[in-house]
Design a binder for this molecule. Structure first.
Ligand SMILES: [Zn+2]
Ligand SMILES: [Zn+2]
Length: 143
């Protein structure tokens, strides 16, 4: 058991966050006190600046695409606002889909699908006999 220095309640050790700096390996505030304090600091910072708390550490810059003011993370190469970044991500995945559609395997699959369709139509055209489309498909060599 350990007594929280914030709310003065005595709680089991698991109610305290791990803190290896301290002799007992746990923080001095209980988990609810720590998260309440973090929430309060976030709310104060937001009310004061209109920004998210974590943004404080990043220098102000402009979005490369639309010029909107953004906080620039030093570990990011591109500087885009959230909206432009989302749009870019959409365009990239569109390009990826096209690239996948252009692979020999995908083209082969498309050709096979079309050949099977044609075989089905041919089978439907032949009257009076019960043709299996797959049989025609194979007879025609997959064309
Ligand atoms: Zn507490
Ligand atoms: Zn933008």
């Amino acid at each position: 058991m350990k007594t929280c220095t914030k709310c003065a309640e005595t709680k089991p050790l698991v109610e305290f966050r791990v803190d290896r700096q301290r002799p007992d390996g746990r923080g001095t505030w209980c988990k609810p006190c720590v998260s309440a304090n973090t929430r309060r600091r976030f709310a104060e910072y937001r009310a004061e600046t209109g920004e998210r708390y974590q943004d404080r550490t990043y220098p102000l810059g402009e979005c490369e695409d639309c010029g909107a003011p953004i906080r620039v993370r030093p570990d990011r190469k591109t500087m885009r606002c959230r909206r432009c970044a989302a749009r870019m991500a959409g365009e990239v995945s569109g390009r990826r889909k096209k690239a996948i559609a252009a692979t020999p395997e995908a083209q082969q699959q498309r050709r096979a699908r079309k050949a099977l369709d044609r075989a089905r139509r041919r089978a439907a055209e032949i009257e009076g006999e019960d043709f299996d489309p797959l049989e025609i498909f194979e007879r025609d060599g997959g064309r």
